[in-house]
Each structure stands twice: as C-alpha cells, then as structure tokens.
Design a protein around this ligand. Structure first.
Ligand SMILES: [Zn+2]
Length: 148
C-alpha cells in the first residue's frame, strides 16, 4: 500500500480516515496535470474529451489516483452527457458522497473513499432500477479490462 506521512497533513475536511494519504507534492508527481486538477482540486474535464466516454470494454474501473476498485463496466451506460456514466458503484463502500453547493445549485459530489479524490457527481436522473447516474470524469478512472 501507498502510505506516507508528512508534517503538513490537512485536518480540516476529513471525517473519514483515508487508506491512502499523500502530500499535495506527491499527488502532483503521481498524476498528470489534468488528473491533479480534477482529482485533487475537484475540477471537471471538458465533456466528450475523456477517453472512457465511449468505452465499451468489459472490465473494472479503478481510481486513477490510488487504484481502488470503483465501477464495473456492467453498470456503465450511454447517458449522452459527455462523461462516463454508471448506475451504481461496484461496491457501495468504495465511494463517498458529499453535498456540494459550489455552483449555486446543490449537487452530490462523488469521492473515492480510499484516497478522498474527487471523481464526479451523482444525479438521480439515471435509468432504472437504481435511477442514479454517476457522472464521472474519465481522467479519474483507469480501466482494467476483463480477461477473456
Ligand atoms: Zn482513490
């Protein structure tokens, strides 16, 4: 596991203990500039630009920051939104939901529970049976294709 301790650990936001704790410098080294902006600064990639928007491979999507298993390709659907969309996480406990009022409207932010990185948002206009649409940035994900 990746673990590191630095003297500058932020204590403001996290009620959940993270399995993966890195300093901002370490995140910056591990991630591309775009990934850092999205995962660590709650940014959003431009619609229809991500590599997984039209991906139809069978497999498991992992957190691009820490490798935690997040979504199965079975739950992926074409939402037309321009971002990879899922009806549910692979394991409910893999993600953490936070209320986000940053754009004046209330949205629900989706974080990776293991490392606290920003993944995207979840909306309740998805297809049945869950009715949920996890709208996730491609660059927050890394697919592990299923073996055939
Ligand atoms: Zn993670």
């Amino acid at each position: 596991m990746l673990r590191s301790r630095t003297s500058k650990t932020s204590t403001t936001e996290n009620e959940t203990p993270r399995e993966v704790v890195l300093s901002e410098d370490e995140w910056r080294r591990r991630l591309t500039r775009e990934q850092y902006r999205v995962l660590r600064k709650a940014g959003t990639e431009r619609a229809f630009t991500g590599e997984y928007v039209d991906c139809h491979l069978d497999g498991t999507y992992h957190c691009a920051a820490c490798g935690a298993e997040l979504f199965s390709s079975d739950a992926k659907f074409d939402s037309g939104s321009g971002w990879p969309s899922f009806t549910e996480p692979a394991v409910a406990s893999a993600v953490e939901l936070h209320r986000d009022r940053s754009l004046g409207t209330e949205r629900t932010e989706v974080l990776c529970r293991a490392c606290g990185s920003h993944l995207g948002h979840v909306f309740d206009d998805g297809p049945l049976p869950t009715g949920q649409r996890y709208c996730i940035n491609s660059c927050s994900l890394s697919i592990e294709a299923a073996q055939r």
